[in-house]
Design a protein around this ligand. Structure first.
Ligand code: THU
Length: 141
């Protein structure tokens, strides 16, 4: 097991920075995410909206799909922040249900989810806390 300390401040900084790439012509709400692998690599993501709404991709899933598409399968922590475009977050952006389910696919119950307002203000949860009794591959194995 990798016992390296979680670089919380770096993750928060990267999640905040990732928001600047958000494509949000419809909601004006930008979300940034920074996903830490077990090996210590960080993948960032932003939300990408679409005129047909349904194809919109959340920041968390952008980060996961970038990482998984490059061969990553083991994850430790994700930092997430969201708020009005060009403003600091005013409240915590908890991951949507679809993103929690994607986390469930690749992460254990102790995967850490950090919701962020600023470098100093954040809350830390486990995946099990945000997705109790989730449906995963082990259920149908
Ligand atoms: N959004 C995310 O990026 N992550 C979430 O977990 C919830 C919602 C995005 C989708 C959309 O672009 C905007 O926030 C407003 O719903």
């Amino acid at each position: 097991m990798n016992r390296r300390v979680i670089p919380i401040k770096e993750l928060i900084q990267k999640a905040l920075e990732a928001r600047k790439f958000s494509y949000v012509p419809y909601s004006g709400y930008t979300v940034g995410a920074a996903l830490l692998t077990e090996e210590g690599k960080i993948y960032t993501g932003c939300n990408i909206e679409n005129a047909a709404y349904g194809p919109t991709n959340c920041a968390e899933r952008t980060a996961f799909f970038k990482a998984v598409s490059e061969g990553e399968r083991s994850f430790k922590t994700i930092a997430i922040c969201g708020g009005k475009k060009d403003k600091m977050p005013e409240s915590y952006a908890y991951p949507c249900g679809v993103c929690r389910q994607v986390m469930k696919e690749f992460c254990k119950d102790d995967f850490r989810i950090i919701v962020v307002k600023s470098l100093e203000e954040y809350e830390v949860y486990t995946l099990a806390e945000l997705l109790p009794h989730g449906f995963g591959g082990e259920t149908i194995a």
